[in-house]
Ligand binder design. Sequence first.
Ligand code: PHE
Length: 353
Amino acid sequence: MTNMLADELNNIRLSALPAIAVADAASLEELRVSLMGKTGSVTQLLKSLGNMEAEARKAAGAEINQLKAEITESLATRRAVLDAAALEARLAAERLDVTQPPRPEPAGAIHPLSRTMEEIAAIFSAMGFAIKDGPDIESDWHNFSALNIPGHHPARAMMDTFYLTGGEVLRTHTSPVQIRTLLNEQPPIRIIVPGRTFRSDHDATHSPMFHQCEGLVVGEGITLGHLKGCLTDFLSAYFDVPSLPVRLRSSYFPFTEPSMEVDIGWNKKTGEIGGGTDWLEIGGSGMVHPNVLANCGIDPRQYQGFAFGVGLERLTMLKHGIADLRLFYESDVRWLRHYGFSPLAPATLHEGF
Ligand code: PHE
């Protein structure tokens, strides 16, 4: 090996090894390229071996490869140190404290009206009722005529609604689902129908869109006693008042005979349900009119039935002390958060509402 080569190897060694030992990630890569890359200094020296005599090549080759091995090793050592430091830094920065309490997540809430529907569904399911729905847009026949409300009848004016150009209406009550069910099913029938209803009313206690729940029972030997017992059981369970006073007050609906308003006992001053001597109307009811059964092809001499319809906003406002109907539909998150229910605590009868 020539002195020249020996000097060169020494120069490389003396400048490269200390530089590698303190390099950061970027300069380490630069050093690797300048030493071992395609045109790197060590690579060049290895290439120069080709021009040497065999004897000289052997000695020079051993020395160059020795240097190459030293550099390769120190590059790897430095890289390992840098990688470990980088990992340490990341671990420190990304530390996760599993003992911290979770951040409060913005959980959704069940709207009080939906909750009322769930509670009513739970109560009537336990009594063997099926839950039905029907379209919001109804034919005049289903909403009025089949329910024994003929074209000229003043009850139509009591339920003024929105008429569509095709002659359909936005249903004024859930009673048309009585017709849809009676047309399609044979007694015994036991259904409830929670759903949206519409009338052209708008003030603090009336909204053009509101909700009702219909009930219909048809079978042999059904009496007014069944109606009162069913409503009493339902209302006491819903308000969680075991001996809730329920009063049926004579009234008129074209589709029931006899017809009765449904009142519950309460204290008007305190709002206490079941206490006091005041009465509050929460819906209509009656024995299904024979004409309604006949309109649907059911023989009224063989089958009798009762029906009722209650206002869901009214039931919800009474139970939760909500004063203004309009807030139900304003989607104010503060109101929803206050009156809403946890989606993780569904309405089930056995735990009570
Ligand atoms: N459909 C009636 C209303 O909306 C309520 C009702 C239902 C009355 C069923 C009797 C029987 O006013």
